[in-house]
Ligand binder design. Structure first.
Ligand code: MG
Length: 165
C-alpha cells in the first residue's frame, strides 16, 4: 500500500468562475490560475501522484504549456486515473479538506464527491470532501484565497481481493 498527501492554494480573483471539486459554484469571485484553478482537484491529483512517487501536477501538466490554459481539472484527474491504472495502482480511499470562509460548501459537497469519484472510477463512498474555516485567520480567513488538502491510500491492483469501491 501507499499513502499520498497533496496541498494546493489559489488566490481569489474577480471575473473568473469558481470551480471546486469539478463543480461550478455561484460566487462573486473565482480562483486565479492557468487551468480552471480547481484547487481541490489539484490537491487530490498531487496526493495520487505523490503516492505513486511520480512527482506532482506541475511536472505532469506544466503551467507554461498553453495546452493547459483554462484546462478542466476533472479531465486532468481522469488522466491521472489512467496513469494510476496503467502503473498497477488502485485507489482504496481518498479524503479532502477545503479551507475557506466563503462560499458555503455544504450544498455542493455531494456533487463534488460524485464528480471526483466519477473521474477516478471509484464509488462515491471512497471520496470524502469536507470544508472548514480558519476563524478569520490567515489568507483563507481574510478571504484572499482557498486552500485544499488531500490524502489518498492506494494499493496494488489485484492484491487485496475485490475492489473497495
Ligand atoms: Mg493548483
Amino acid at each position: 500500500m501507499r499513502i499520498g498527501s497533496g496541498y494546493d492554494v489559489h488566490a481569489f480573483v474577480s471575473g473568473r468562475p469558481l470551480v471546486l471539486g469539478g463543480v461550478q459554484i455561484p460566487f462573486d469571485e473565482g480562483l486565479a490560475g492557468h487551468s480552471d484553478a480547481d484547487v481541490l482537484t489539484h490537491a487530490l491529483m498531487d496526493a495520487l501522484l505523490s503516492a505513486m512517487r511520480m512527482g506532482d501536477i506541475g511536472a505532469l501538466f506544466p503551467d507554461t504549456d498553453p495546452v493547459y490554459a483554462g484546462a478542466d481539472s476533472i479531465a486532468l484527474l481522469e488522466y491521472v486515473a489512467t496513469v494510476m491504472a496503467d502503473a498497477g495502482w488502485r485507489l482504496v480511499d481518498a479524503d479532502t479538506i477545503l479551507v475557506l470562509e466563503r462560499p458555503r460548501i455544504a450544498p455542493y459537497r455531494e456533487e463534488m464527491r460524485e464528480r471526483l469519484a466519477g473521474a477516478l472510477g471509484v464509488g462515491v463512498e471512497c471520496v470524502g470532501v469536507k470544508a472548514t474555516t480558519t476563524e478569520g485567520l490567515g489568507f483563507a480567513g481574510r478571504e484572499e484565497g482557498v486552500a485544499a488538502h488531500a490524502v489518498v491510500l492506494l494499493d496494488r491492483a489485484g492484491t487485496s481481493g475485490e475492489r473497495v469501491g
